[in-house]
Structure formats: structure tokens, C-alpha cells
Design a protein around this ligand. Structure first.
Ligand code: NDP
Length: 595
């Protein structure tokens, strides 16, 4: 039986063809090479809009137990978990003027988290904080980062407005020498890198981008001095301005309705429409989330992870767009976990996907009154090709007379920027202000781009070691040749949309490693055999991404249309299983990395 929502085989065939056509319109021969590094090429992004002039200070020459590179949630959680283990001198170093990481930098109007706050904000059980909204505004999240840092006394030794420039292992003293751009050279027995996946803003390499004479900035460096207002709105400085926004990803979807409220006119330059699902944000009380019970937050977070990892769960505590569409994200799981044949799975998956995307396209049609604009806003790709977005304000913004949608797909993005505006399809759009919501080099931090050299045994850099032999870690955390270095992030460990959960488990792990090394007076360093075994484990059941991503519209999920290579990038059995594996390993085998 075919339900009304289930597409017929003919409809599915037509969809496949449409998706292929839309993909072809967008694939560019230069792939990821189309982007430019905003910091390196446009130095002004290096300035911190939240601290103004950075106060001078004497360079440090002291020693700490642990240096934590990065003061976002990864670094904060590492610090907090180390404190729980009794580690005293923990120094978090961050380029920003305070804790918060991505929530420190991204304060654009409308900034919110679209993962439920009660599962996204870490350490709610430990801090006793209960978020006020189902989806927190950025400022609530940033202040929670500050709350954890205060509670675990991380300010005492922290260094802000400071970038680590090199990390060098010194064999004789068995310490790391940490050098910074403020002239510091201090020692740390252990280094934890928590440099984050969204730290390098990127700009499109549009010809003439430097020529624009109006005002311009990237959303991660919002210029309120120019726009007026706050993340809550009130952008009075834009009342008489013609504003252009490039980018309609998760950031663009949040920013555009706020600009529509206040700007004279908004031109939205869209290349690929996002899938914008229902958000239904609302105030929440402690009672709504059962926060009177001990351990409520841990239980809720585990429940969310279980569901988005594709596991059976009797109850869905979060009940939102992520959990209801979890099956559509399950593609990342290896086929052996699915019952039945691969063909049967793929057919059922494709039909469910088409039904979901039809629902989103119908939402556009229902909401946007101008049929031509509605048509251009419809996403034509499979659900998991791009990160879904959630908003109840985005589509209605296009019904306003001061908002114009400019489709740039046929020209693979904006053709040219001039002194006065933007050119698409030969039409010039004159602008006073051009805002780039063009995202980040996802997953690339200074350590992976080479901006922050990490020199291990014999002066070998981590990147050189990996260039020779491929990425090599045990659990994504430690690497042979780099003693007492613990890495946090998304390489060779678990992957989840709720990234703070993954980071917290990594922080617990890092703190346990440090405590065990201290207790034994040993160095933390996996053998090459342990790394080999881990890589084999990851590769053995690695999901087959290729069949899915090859047909996807381009984006950072599939290296801008080049496909996503199969291979060991994340633990194939899901985040929950990975966390359980780590827990057991700590109980039974931690000694194997202590020498
Ligand atoms: P994205 O990389 O997701 O989006 C960038 C946008 O810029 C895309 O729409 C892209 O189009 C567009 N673009 C790039 N180049 C051009 C060009 N030459 N011409 C026209 N358009 C162009 O960046 P975001 O900042 O939206 O998101 C970054 C990360 O932050 C993501 O991982 C996101 O999930 C995360 N995030 C999370 C939030 C949360 O609530 N948890 C909130 C906001 C962001 P195209 O798609 O065609 O490439």
C-alpha cells in the first residue's frame, strides 16, 4: 500500500532526475578551492570586535600541569574534568577575549543553537543550571560557558587574546614548550588541543571581492558599531541601507529574518536553498524537562544521542526535528547494522527521504506567497546531503516587500563584486553593506592547517608524520611520537550532531589519561601497534558513504561535490558505542598507553 505521502516509483524517478540536474548546476571544477581563508587573506578578521584594544602584559615563562589550547566548550570541559580529578595548574589559552569559542565569536543577530539547549549545554547536572528556552539564544550559551569556567576556577590561569604559535616536545624535561603570539614561552607537562571545527572563517573567492567600497564583514565578526542593535535585533543603523547577504546555510537562515525586520532592503544571494524545518522554539521550565530529578540532563542527553545514532529507544524525550528525522541521518551507519538487504534498505530510505523533502517543499509553498520566490527556495536534494536548518521566521521573511531573493545557482554563486555592489547574471545589485554568511573551513583548525605546528619527538611535526603515514591516532586522542599530547575534535573518534556531548566524553577521557599518567609517573603515548589496531577497527566496518554522497548537491559534507571518501574518519558503530568502548578501555587497558 502506498500512503499519500509515499512517492510512487515514477515520482521517485523524476525526483532523482531533478536532484541530478540541480547538482550539476552547482558543481564547480574548483571544488573547495573556490574559498579563501578570511584570516590569512583579509587580515582585518583577526581583530576581536569584543575586546577593542588588547591590554599589554608581560610574557610568561612559568610551568603548568596542563595547557589547554582553545577556550570553547572542548577546552572548558577538559579544564572542568581535570579539576574534578584534582589537577591544579590548568591553563586554557584562547585567541578570543573570554571563554566561549564559537559562541564567543558568533554573536550575529538571531544567533541560537538549533540543538535543544537541555542536551546541548554541557554540565547542567553539575552546575544546576536549567536553560530557559528549548533552543537557547547564543548569549545564554556563551554565559553558560562562562558559568562552567567560573565554577571550575579556570579563569585563574587562563590566557585570553593569545594564540599559541608552536607546541614543542622537549625530551629531556619531558614537557611541552608552549609559545604564543604574546611572547610567552612556558612549559606544560600535558597539552590538550581543543581547537574546534569552526574556527577558520571562509570567504568565497569571488572576483573583485576586495574592491567593494561599502561596509562588509563575516557573520562571525558582526559589526554592531555599524548595524546598531544586539543579537536580539534592533539593527537601527541599517534602516536606510541596502544590505546584501551571501549564504543561506544554518547561519544565513538565522540572520536573514533579523535583517528583514530592520534593514531598508535585503538582497539574499542564494546558491543552494537550505532545508528549513519547523523549529517551534518556546520557553521551558524545570518541570517541563524533569529537572527536579538528579541526573536529568545526562539522561536526556543520552536519550537524544541514542535516537540520533539510530538506536531503538522507548521514549523520545527531546521530540524535535532531529529526533523525528533520525532515520534519515542513519546513512552514516554501516549497512551491517540494518536488517534486510542493502537494496531493500536503500529503497525504503529513499522513499522516506523523498516524503520528508516533499514535506519541506510543501512548507515553502504554503508559506511564501510569491510562487516564483517559493520555487527558488525549494531544496532539491536528499535530506542528509546538507545540514538541515530549523526556523519559523525564515520563509515568512520572503513575503516582505523589502526582501529580494537572488538565485545564483546558474552562475555557481555571485559572479563578481564591484565597488558598489554585486553582479549576478549580468544584473548589478547596488549595496551599502555586504554580509558574508559563508561559514568556516569545517573541521580545519590551526593544527590541521599547519598554522599551529606541533613538534613531537625528534622535531617531527604532527602534519609531517600524518602526511607520511596517514592520520594515526588511538581513539582520536593520542598519537605515537607525541607524548602527553591529547587531541580533542572529530578525527577518528565519535561523530554526533550534538557536538558538545562528544566533547564532554573526550574531556572525561583526557582527564582520566592525565590522572592515570600522574599516578604512575608515566608518559602517555600509544604504540604504533595500538594505532594500527585502532585504524583497522575503524576501517573494518566503515560506512559506505560513496553511494550516498556521490549524488549529493555540493557542500562541505562531500568536499564540494567530489564525494566523500570512504575510510576511517569516525567510529563506525556510533557515538554511544564509542563512549562505551572508551569507558571499558579506561577500566581495563589504560596502562597500554602509559610508559
Ligand atoms: P555554511 O558553510 O553551512 O553555509 C555557507 C553558505 O554560503 C551556503 O549557503 C553556501 O552556498 C553559501 N556560499 C558560499 N559561497 C558562495 C558564493 N560564492 N555565492 C553564493 N553563496 C555562497 O555556513 P554557516 O555559517 O551557515 O554554518 C557553518 C557551520 O556552523 C555549520 O556546520 C553549521 O551547522 C553550524 N551552525 C550551527 C548552528 C546551530 O544552531 N547549531 C547555527 C549556525 C551554524 P552552497 O550551499 O551552495 O555552498
Amino acid at each position: 500500500m502506498t500512503s499519500p505521502q509515499t512517492p510512487t516509483p515514477d515520482e521517485l524517478a523524476a525526483l532523482r532526475q531533478r536532484y541530478r540536474h540541480e547538482r550539476e548546476r552547482r558543481v564547480r571544477p574548483d571544488g573547495a578551492g573556490q574559498y579563501r581563508d578570511a584570516d590569512a587573506e583579509f587580515g582585518f578578521y583577526a581583530a576581536d570586535p569584543y575586546v577593542g584594544e588588547v591590554a599589554g602584559r608581560e610574557p610568561l615563562r612559568d610551568s603548568v600541569d596542563v595547557a589547554v589550547v582553545g577556550g570553547g566548550f572542548g577546552g572548558i570541559l577538559a579544564g572542568a574534568r581535570l579539576r574534578q580529578r584534582g589537577v591544579e595548574r590548568v591553563r586554557v589559552i584562547d585567541k578570543g577575549g573570554d571563554f566561549g569559542g564559537t559562541w564567543y565569536w558568533n554573536r550575529y543577530p538571531g544567533v541560537h543553537c538549533d540543538i535543544e539547549s537541555h542536551v546541548y549545554l554541557p554540565m547542567l547536572d553539575e552546575t544546576g543550571y536549567v536553560p530557559e528556552w528549548k533552543y537557547s539564544p547564543g548569549e545564554e550559551i556563551r554565559l553558560h560557558a562562562v558559568r562552567i569556567a567560573r565554577q571550575f576556577d579556570l579563569y585563574a590561569d587562563a590566557l585570553f587574546s593569545t594564540s599559541v604559535t608552536t607546541l614543542t616536545w622537549e625530551k629531556d624535561s619531558r614537557t611541552w614548550i608552549v609559545a604564543t603570539d604574546r611572547g610567552d614561552t612556558f612549559r606544560a607537562t600535558y597539552v590538550i588541543t581543543a581547537t574546534g571545527p569552526l574556527t577558520e572563517p571562509k570567504l568565497p573567492g569571488i572576483p573583485g571581492i576586495e574592491d567593494f567600497k561599502g561596509h562588509t564583514f563575516h557573520t562571525s565578526r558582526w559589526d554592531y558599531a555599524y548595524t546598531g542593535g544586539t543579537p536580539e535585533g534592533g539593527l537601527t543603523g541599517l534602516a536606510d541601507k541596502r544590505v546584501g547577504v551571501v549564504g543561506t546555510g544554518a547561519t544565513g537562515v538565522q540572520v536573514i529574518p533579523m535583517l528583514a525586520e530592520d534593514a531598508g532592503h535585503v538582497h539574499v544571494f542564494q546558491r543552494t536553498p537550505s532545508t528549513v524545518d519547523v523549529r517551534a522554539n518556546r520557553r521551558t521550565t524545570a518541570r517541563d524537562v524533569g529537572a527536579e530529578r538528579d541526573g536529568w540532563a545526562r539522561e536526556r542527553r543520552d536519550n537524544f544521542l541514542r535516537i540520533v545514532s539510530g538506536e531503538e529507544s522507548g521514549v523520545d524525550l527531546v521530540a524535535d526535528g532531529w529526533t523525528s528525522s533520525a532515520g534519515l541521518l542513519e546513512k552514516l551507519l554501516p549497512s551491517f547494522r540494518r536488517s534486510g538487504s542493502r537494496d531493500a534498505f536503500e529503497a525504503a530510505y529513499e522513499a522516506a527521504d523523498a516524503a520528508k523533502m516533499n514535506e519541506v517543499r510543501a512548507r515553502v509553498e504554503r508559506t511564501v506567497t510569491d510562487p516564483a520566490t517559493a520555487e527558488r527556495l525549494k531544496p532539491w536534494y536528499r535530506y542528509a546531503c546538507k545540514r538541515p536548518a530549523f526556523s519559523d521566521l525564515y520563509y515568512p521573511a520572503f513575503n516582505r516587500s523589502n526582501v529580494t531573493l537572488v538565485d545564483t545557482a546558474d552562475t555557481h554563486g555571485i559572479e563578481r563584486v564591484t565597488e558598489n555592489g554585486v553582479v549576478v547574471g549580468g544584473t548589478v545589485y547596488e549595496l551599502d553593506c555586504l554580509i558574508f554568511a559563508t561559514g568556516f573551513s569545517v573541521g580545519v583548525s590551526g593544527i590541521h592547517s599547519g598554522k599551529l605546528p606541533v613538534l613531537g619527538r625528534g622535531g617531527t611535526t604532527l602534519l609531517d608524520a600524518w602526511a607520511r603515514h596517514g592520520v594515526r591516532t588511538l581513539h582520536g586522542a593520542t598519537s605515537n611520537g607525541f607524548p602527553n599530547l591529547i587531541q580533542m575534535g572529530s578525527l577518528q573518534n565519535a561523530s554526533s550532531v550534538n557536538f558538545t556531548h562528544v566533547l564532554d566524553e573526550q574531556a572525561v577521557h583526557a582527564a582520566a589519561l592525565v590522572a592515570a599518567a600522574e599516578a604512575k609517573g608515566a608518559l602517555i603515548e600509544p604504540s604504533r601497534e595500538a594505532e594500527d589496531a585502532w585504524i583497522t577497527t575503524m576501517a573494518r566496518d566503515a560506512p559506505d558513504h560513496e553511494w550516498f554522497h556521490a549524488d549529493c548537491t555540493p557542500g562541505y559534507y562531500n568536499r564540494e561535490g567530489r564525494g566523500r571518501p570512504n575510510g576511517p574518519s569516525a567510529y563506525p558503530h556510533g557515538a554511544r558505542a564509542f563512549h562505551e568502548l572508551l569507558r571499558r578501555w579506561r577500566e581495563e587497558s589504560i596502562d597500554e598507553v602509559l610508559a
